[in-house]
Design a binder for this molecule. Structure first.
Ligand SMILES: [Zn+2]
Length: 77
């Protein structure tokens, strides 16, 4: 796992299992951090943002779309 400044994304995961998180997440509200962490971890099971991924996101975080909107408003996806 790596934490470093990222320009366009909050986090990414590679097929080799490496997770990278944007340094800017440090100090952000926990619900936003949780969203980004759960989002990436689920990609190890589900590589896309399809129905299965969405229902797992909902199971872990509830109204995850609201948090997604909030994060996009901060300028990154
Ligand atoms: Zn994703």
């Amino acid at each position: 796992m790596t934490v470093r400044p990222m320009k366009t994304k909050w986090a990414s995961c590679s097929t080799s299992g490496r997770l990278t998180f944007d340094e800017a997440l440090i100090g952000m509200p926990h619900r936003l951090q949780d969203y980004v962490i759960v989002h990436e971890l689920l990609h190890f099971r589900v590589p896309n943002h399809g129905k299965l991924w969405k229902s797992l996101m909902r199971a872990h975080l509830g109204e995850h779309e609201l948090i997604e909107t909030e994060l996009k408003r901060l300028g990154k996806t």
